[in-house]
Design a protein around this ligand. Sequence first.
Ligand code: URA
Length: 242
Amino acid sequence: MARRQRLDRLLANSGYGTRKNVKQIIRNGRVTVDGNRVTDNGMQVDPESQVIEIDGERLNYREFIYLMMNKPQGVISATEDRYQETVLDLVPDEYSSFRLFPAGRLDKDTEGLMLLTNDGKLAHELLSPKKHVPKKYFARIRGCVDEKDCQAFSEGIVLDDGYKTMPARLNILNAGEISEVEVIIYEGKFHQVKRMFEATGKEVIYLKRLEIGPLKLDEDLEPGCLREITEEEIQKLKSFIL
Ligand code: URA
């Protein structure tokens, strides 16, 4: 794939600031390409074959960014919204030039693992209904969850609109007036976990996503916090879906 692109765009996409910031950096003569100082923002460069330095330091070239967020309750899974706080509002400014978006959705009141990326191909594969990527949730349920529910989940549940879900795995951690369970679903219908419990006459009162395929929520991430996923996590994710 041709990687030639405008110098200012490359720097902005590599996290050196907004397009305006990086234009200033270039104009100030702080950038060299193959050892030659450049001041032309629009110069076409190839970060794979050319040596690009900023203040004498080699450009840390990255095309794609993958962030793992522990989404807090009260925030919507959108890139922008006029009235409500979005997951993108929680992303630090250093990533602002990367055009990140959430790969998949969680309800406003759902917490947990959210992947934010600018890698459209990976996101597309991850969300493709054909891939059946498992998603694991922890849920607190009003009502006593029992073996009959586990059996019903394993056969697929008919939702309020008549759709029968794929078989899902339900694991009871605690059963009582309030039960605690883990659920694994292999598709991503709107409000799916809540609707599956509704169909069995119970109510989800707390929901947290723990895993997407091989990617596990880092337990050290407090709600609202994020980190880049490691090279190993990226490789596991890619080999799982691509
Ligand atoms: N299922 C739901 O009901 N809500 C979510 O946010 C995710 C899965």
